[in-house]
Design a protein around this ligand. Structure first.
Ligand SMILES: *[C@@H]1O[C@H](CO)[C@@H](O)[C@H](O)[C@H]1NC(C)=O
Ligand SMILES: CC(=O)N[C@H]1CO[C@H](CO)[C@@H](O)[C@@H]1O
Length: 279
C-alpha cells in the first residue's frame, strides 16, 4: 500500500519536474480547445447559419485522435494536420458565400469590424479558427523539443495549423470576398498567411468571383501603398488575369464600407492618419 502511494507520488512528482511548462499549458490548451469545439456547435445550430457544421463533431474524440498526440509528430509540417482537416473538419464546414473577410496586418480592426457586421465573417468566426484562436501550440510540446519549433510554432502561434485552417477558409469562400490589408508599408507580404497561403487559393478558386480590397493605415504617417501602387496593385493585376472582378478602396477611393472602417479606426486610434483630432 505504502509502496503504491510512494510510486504514485514519485511518478507525479517526476512528471511535474520533467515537464513544468508542458503540464500547465497543455491542460489549458486541451480544455479550451474541447470547450470551444462544443460551444461552437451549440452556438451555430440553426439550419440557415452557414457556420453550422453539417454533422456533429465529437470534440473529445477529435482531441484524442488528432491533437493530443500532435507532439509526437512533426509540429512544423502541415502534413501532421492533414487527417484532422481532410477527414474531420473539411467535410463538415459549409461554403461561405459573399461574407468572407481575409485580413493581414489588420488583426484588431478586421475583427472589430466583423463583430459589428453580421454579413462579414473572418477565419476566427469559422469552426477551425474559433477553436484555436489565441491558443499557443508550443504548449503541446515538451520543452526539449521546443527549440526545433522556433522556426514555426513560436513565430506565429502554430503556423501549420493556421496554414491548414486558412487554406480551408479560402477554399470554402465563394462569391464576393473582402480583404482588409495594412497599407502602411508592404500590404501583401509574401511571408504572411494571406500572401503565402490564401492568395494562391483565392486565385485558383473559381467559386470566388469578386475580391474587394480595403486598404487601411493605423499609423500617424501617410501610408506607402494604395490601390494603384505597390504590392496590392500587383495582386489586383494578377487577380484580374485569373478572371476575378476586383474593387479596391483606400484613402482616395472611398465607399460606404471604407468610411465605416475609417470611423472605427479613428475611434480606436484617434491619432491615425486621416483622423481629424482636435487641438
Ligand atoms: C501595419 O504595418 C506597419 C508597417 O509595417 C506596422 O508597423 C504596423 O504594426 C502594422 N499594423 C498592424 C496592426 O499590424
Ligand atoms: C480550385 C478550388 O480551390 N476550388 C474550390 C473553391 O471553392 C469551392 C467551395 O466554394 C470548393 O468546393 C472548391 O474545391
Amino acid at each position: 500500500m505504502k509502496v503504491f502511494v510512494l510510486i504514485g507520488f514519485l511518478t507525479t512528482f517526476s512528471f511535474i519536474c520533467a515537464n513544468p511548462t508542458r503540464k500547465l499549458g497543455y491542460k489549458t490548451f486541451q480544455d479550451k480547445f474541447i470547450e470551444r469545439c462544443n460551444y461552437f456547435q451549440k452556438k451555430h445550430k440553426v439550419k440557415s447559419d452557414e457556420l453550422k457544421l453539417k454533422e456533429k463533431i465529437d470534440c473529445d474524440g477529435m482531441w484524442k485522435q488528432h491533437i493530443g498526440h500532435i507532439a509526437e509528430k512533426n509540429a512544423c509540417e502541415t502534413k501532421s494536420y492533414n487527417n484532422l482537416f481532410n477527414h474531420v473538419i473539411e467535410k463538415n464546414v459549409q461554403v461561405i458565400k459573399d461574407k468572407a473577410l481575409f485580413w493581414s496586418g489588420t488583426n484588431v480592426i478586421a475583427h472589430q469590424f466583423a463583430v459589428n457586421k453580421n454579413n462579414i465573417l473572418t477565419l476566427e468566426d469559422t469552426f477551425s479558427g474559433y477553436i484555436a484562436d489565441g491558443l499557443v501550440w508550443a504548449d503541446l510540446f515538451e520543452i526539449d523539443k521546443q527549440s526545433d519549433l522556433n522556426s514555426c510554432v513560436f513565430t506565429a502561434n502554430g503556423l501549420p495549423y493556421w496554414k491548414k485552417a486558412s487554406e480551408l477558409f479560402a477554399n470554402k469562400a465563394a462569391g464576393t470576398v473582402h480583404v482588409m490589408l495594412n497599407a502602411t508599408s508592404q500590404a501583401v507580404n509574401p511571408h504572411s498567411i494571406f500572401g503565402s497561403t490564401e492568395v494562391p487559393v483565392i486565385k485558383k478558386n473559381k467559386s470566388i468571383t469578386k475580391v474587394v480590397f480595403i486598404l487601411i493605415n493605423e499609423e500617424k504617417v501617410e501610408q506607402k501603398e494604395s490601390c494603384s501602387k505597390g504590392s496590392v496593385k500587383q495582386l489586383i493585376d494578377d487577380l484580374k488575369k485569373s478572371q476575378k472582378s476586383v474593387d479596391c478602396y483606400d484613402y482616395k477611393e472611398r465607399n460606404k464600407l471604407f468610411n465605416e472602417v475609417m470611423t472605427l479606426i479613428c475611434k480606436l486610434t484617434p491619432t491615425a492618419y486621416g483622423c481629424s483630432i482636435k487641438g
